[in-house]
Design a protein around this ligand. Structure first.
Ligand code: DQQ
Length: 541
């Protein structure tokens, strides 16, 4: 349906058609980034038989689609080739572990590897004849055992993986050691468990450096390292992470802060972002995060437009050295190569209750960097204001407080019949303590009625002398926003009907009642990425 084609993104990864979900087995191999993904080749909904789509890129932005890497052609993956992870061994060999849903819908783990390791595109994959390599262990539900991680080395030289599951309502992560990825030893106990969090999907476990902004190889351990556990909660469809220590001897993850344990504390993203997975990019020495961004329109709309889901722009992940208590996520630097026309706005004053058009030309594909400062006088003279604020529990950008909301209206039309506010809201507690929230409000994003209209967001740490800052990537139907250098991230899918193509505009707004806000912005229109279909003659050598 060409009527709906404007909703397709221009520089986010998407298959040409049909349904996509989780990122699978991302890696960098012989000069190419490989991206696999959960894919339904026969429709725009999850179901039928899920297979592995495959694409390659030189820069994580421009892609070449390749043939399906794996389909469910064995009894042990007949109901779906589900999520898995890649491990690159020290000698360069690639190991792929994935979950198969068997002919009887039992979740088992399988081993696959490239048929021709000398092919940098790794077009053909072989399944190990001895599959499955792991069955659900005693006491674990046949349908609660999935999504093996990338393996890391133990000090004894074994490979170790973890696999999400649940016991009653406690989310758990099981651990296995192996020498050859064919035979496994079940480790007693669990890497981690959190009551009442339900099934843990797509567990991720990786080190981050306390001292440098380089990424760490998955097996890195030592005093300079903290560990991250990420789980995707099947029950509430969000990705949660926790920072802590990996106790190798006891095979345990110990969270730094029990209140911020996995599944109950911090999220990668407070909008739509799920089933994510990191990989270590040995080419650039960074850790890169991919996340599945689903639709928030109706299934009927997905079927009629013939596709569903996009992937996030890959994000680098590092520990926030300033707070020590959260990660920082930031779009990979390569996305900046898409920047075209630049408009700068310096020190614009937005009075309480104002909306200011930013004349940047068409505004459907943008990369925005903005900084805000609340007028000092208003900050000081404001007494208490809205101590109990939450983004989701508020009236969105229409709810006025002394010190917010203020920010940008993106994917807006000139008459403001549609717009999506991305904004800060500052509250002041009785002790004078300031707390900052970062939100995105979908309630006015579309005149259509069958689309999600939630208000997303969370608090964001703002340190002394820091300005409020945000980076926003706009791409037709997706808005990815990163506050304070990526401490708090919010991704929205929106479906404007008016604010499309040349009609889309950008505004600065300040809906605070007391504070004047000064804003400085850089706004780039962004080019489209090349995401090419596969033509065998292109790659035949
Ligand atoms: N998606 C896969 C599963 C995983 C879930 C199936 C998460 O392996 O647990 O498509 O979205």
């Amino acid at each position: 349906n060409s009527m709906l084609s404007w909703q397709r993104t221009s520089y986010h990864f998407q298959p040409e058609k049909n349904w996509m979900n989780d990122p699978n087995g991302p890696m960098y191999y012989k000069g190419w980034y490989h991206f696999f993904y959960q894919y339904n080749p026969s429709g725009a909904v999850w179901g039928d038989i899920i297979v592995w789509g495959h694409a390659v890129s030189r820069d994580l932005i421009h892609w070449l689609h390749l043939p399906l890497a794996m389909v469910g052609d064995q009894w042990y993956d007949q109901n779906g080739v589900w999520t898995g992870s890649a491990t690159i061994l020290p000698d360069g060999r690639v190991i792929m572990l994935y979950t198969g849903s068997t002919n009887e819908s039992v979740q088992v783990q399988n081993l696959a590897y490239p048929a021709d390791p000398s092919d940098p595109l790794l077009i053909k994959w072989v399944k190990y004849p001895g599959n499955p390599v792991l069955f659900p262990p005693p006491g674990i539900g046949a349908m609660d055992f999935r999504d093996p991680t990338t393996a890391w080395l133990t000090s004894e030289g074994k490979w170790r993986i973890t696999i999400g599951s649940k016991l009653n309502k406690t989310g758990i992560s099981l651990v296995y050691d192996t020498m050859d990825f064919k035979r496994y030893e079940a480790i007693e106990g669990v890497l981690h468990a959190v009551p009442s969090t339900g099934m843990w999907e797509c567990v991720d476990f990786y080190p981050v450096s306390k001292t440098s902004d380089n990424g760490l190889e998955t097996s890195a351990v030592g005093d300079h390292v903290k560990h991250v556990v990420k789980v995707s909660l099947d029950d509430d469809r969000h990705d949660y992470y926790s920072l802590g220590t990996y106790d190798e001897n006891n095979v345990k993850f110990i969270p730094d802060d029990i209140k911020n344990d996995v599944g109950i504390g911090l999220r990668y993203d407070y909008g739509i972002f799920y089933a994510s997975k990191t990989f270590y990019d040995q080419g650039k020495g960074r850790r890169v995060l991919w996340g599945w961004i689903g639709e928030s329109d109706s299934e009927i709309a997905d079927v009629s437009k013939g596709w569903a889901s996009v992937q996030s722009i890959p994000r680098t992940v590092v520990l926030d050295k300033k707070t020590g208590s959260n990660l920082l996520q930031w779009p990979v630097a390569e996305v900046e190569s898409l920047r075209l026309r630049r408009d700068g706005f310096n020190n614009m004053k937005a009075k309480p209750g104002s909306v200011v058009p930013l004349d940047i030309g068409t505004a459907t594909q943008l990369d925005i960097i903005a900084e805000f400062e609340i007028d000092k006088e208003a900050l000081e003279k404001t007494a208490e204001s809205n101590e109990e604020y939450t983004c989701g529990g508020s009236g969105g950008a229409a709810q006025r407080g002394a010190l917010g909301p203020f920010g940008l209206l993106v994917l807006a039309d000139g008459g403001l019949s549609e717009y999506t506010p991305v904004y800060f809201y500052v509250t002041k507690g009785s002790g004078g303590h300031l707390k900052t929230f970062f939100c995105s409000d979908q309630t006015r994003s579309s005149l259509a009625t069958d689309v999600g209209k939630q208000i997303f967001g969370s608090s964001v740490p703002v340190l002394k002398d820091e300005k409020l800052s945000v980076r926003i990537l706009v791409d037709h139907s997706i808005i990815e926003s990163f506050a304070q250098g990526g401490r708090t991230c919010v991704t929205s899918r929106v479906y404007p009907t008016e604010a499309i193509y040349g009609a889309a505009r950008l505004f600065l707004f300040n809906n605070a009642t007391e504070a004047t806000v000064s804003a400085s912005l850089e706004v780039w229109q962004t080019n489209s990425a090349f995401i090419h279909p596969y033509h065998p003659q292109q790659t035949a050598s």
